[in-house]
Design a protein around this ligand. Structure first.
Ligand code: HEM
Length: 154
């Protein structure tokens, strides 16, 4: 079996599940919940629906990081990080780092508690802020995916 091809396949598999989930939350879930804000307890509903995805995102982030690192190690591609034309490689690590910090460090440490507290006082504002942050992360992720595929094959 070709280890490198397998690592690349698993890497893209993880990215599809992970960033696809972020796209769903950003473009479908959050806008729908914000629209129904008056009928439902928006922030609580969001937490209960997004909770299982957060667990899935932890696994896929981990898998994407491990397989990505393996590809660099197996191809001895470390010095590509120094070349400007490989900006998308650094972008991948940056996107991965931001999500890892949010999922494994910031959320358990204080984001979760902050969200609950803000949801009690101003639920509309907290959902709007959440929506904006998701848009920023999704945009960065999609630019990275475009750059990675174009850069690898172009
Ligand atoms: C620690 C994090 C990561 C590392 C070390 C890493 C590393 C790599 C490497 C070395 C490749 C192979 C490139 C080549 O064939 O020349 C690759 C492919 C790819 N990566 Fe990542 N990556 C990471 C995270 C991400 C993230 C966060 C995304 C998306 C937002 C992403 C999207 C992709 C895609 C779409 C490909 C496939 C490119 C293709 O062959 O068509 N990666 N990654």
């Amino acid at each position: 079996m070709d280890d490198l091809a397998l690592a690349r396949a698993l890497h893209v598999f993880a990215i599809v599940l992970w960033i696809g989930g972020v796209a769903f939350v950003t473009t479908i879930l959050l806008p729908s919940i914000r629209k129904r804000q008056n009928e439902l307890k928006g922030p609580q509903l969001f937490e209960s629906l997004e909770g299982p995805f957060s667990l899935q995102a932890k696994f896929t982030t981990l898998l994407a990081g491990l397989t990505g690192l393996y590809i660099i190690y197996a191809t001895d591609g470390w010095n590509r990080f120094l070349e400007p034309s490989y900006w998308w490689l650094s972008a991948m690590v940056a996107v991965w780092f931001i999500f890892t910090m949010v999922l494994f460090v910031l959320e358990p440490l204080f984001l979760h508690a902050w969200f609950r507290q803000k949801a009690g006082s101003d639920p509309q504002a907290v959902l709007l802020l959440l929506q904006r942050m998701h848009w920023v992360l999704l945009t960065l992720s999609l630019i990275t995916v475009l750059g990675a595929v174009y850069g690898s094959h172009g």
